[in-house]
Ligand binder design. Structure first.
Ligand SMILES: [Zn+2]
Length: 93
């Protein structure tokens, strides 16, 4: 794993920890940093990370706290508190 990818993983951990403490502004800050690192290094964020980020407001999504999850037509649909939806195929890990 290169340095940028490691940095992104670290920021993912920090964002997750901040969101777990309901520090959503801090979580958002780490999410944005991770996006910037990815952009600068022509990387895409890992799928496991992207799945928990709101595309509209960069919140780190925590189902039951700042996001709702439901199943629809074989898809998992995550709705952020800001109203944006993220969807992906059910069972696609
Ligand atoms: Zn959002």
């Amino acid at each position: 794993m290169d340095v940028a990818a490691e940095r992104i993983e670290r920021l993912h951990d920090l964002a997750r920890a901040a969101a777990a403490d309901d520090e959503h502004d801090r979580a958002r800050y780490y999410v944005r940093l991770a996006r910037r690192v990815a952009e600068r290094n022509r990387l895409t964020l890992p799928r496991t990370f992207r799945r928990f980020i709101c595309d509209r407001c960069d919140a780190y999504l925590r189902p039951g706290r700042n996001a709702r999850v439901r199943l629809q037509d074989g898809h998992v649909v995550i709705t952020c508190d800001c109203g944006a939806h993220t969807r992906y195929p059910y069972g696609d890990q």
